[in-house]
Design a protein around this ligand. Sequence first.
Ligand SMILES: [Ca+2]
Ligand SMILES: [Ca+2]
Ligand SMILES: [Ca+2]
Length: 142
Amino acid sequence: MKNHSLKFLVGLSLAAISPAIASEPEDMFKRMDTNGDKKVTSTEHAQFAETTFRQSDADSDGQVSAAECESAQAKHDKKIDKQATATHMRLVDTDGNGQISQMEHTAHAKSAFTRADKNNDGVLTEDEVEVFHKTMKKEMKG
Ligand SMILES: [Ca+2]
Ligand SMILES: [Ca+2]
Ligand SMILES: [Ca+2]
């Protein structure tokens, strides 16, 4: 039953937050690859991350709370996985104040990009995104 929310949160971790994010890695890949060249550059990834942050920050205070994270999830999946949200918050909220700042979000997105870029060529391919997606899913469950 948790599967949908889990997919969503895996998407979050790559993006690192996204209410608009698609459940499947290939959809997510298309959203990130804005010029459609089958590669996601760090610039494309950063832009995607920024957009998703703004979309998640419902009250536009520059911080994404767990509640905002959950409501973004609810918009997408119509259900909320509190445990996975807590895991996500713990990973991204590095100063532990219960809010994800733009800086924390950007830092997380950057490290996700680096981790996903297996061959270190500075761009993500669809395969790399898919592999990363699977890895994150395991981590979220663990
Ligand atoms: Ca591209
Ligand atoms: Ca906020
Ligand atoms: Ca924080």
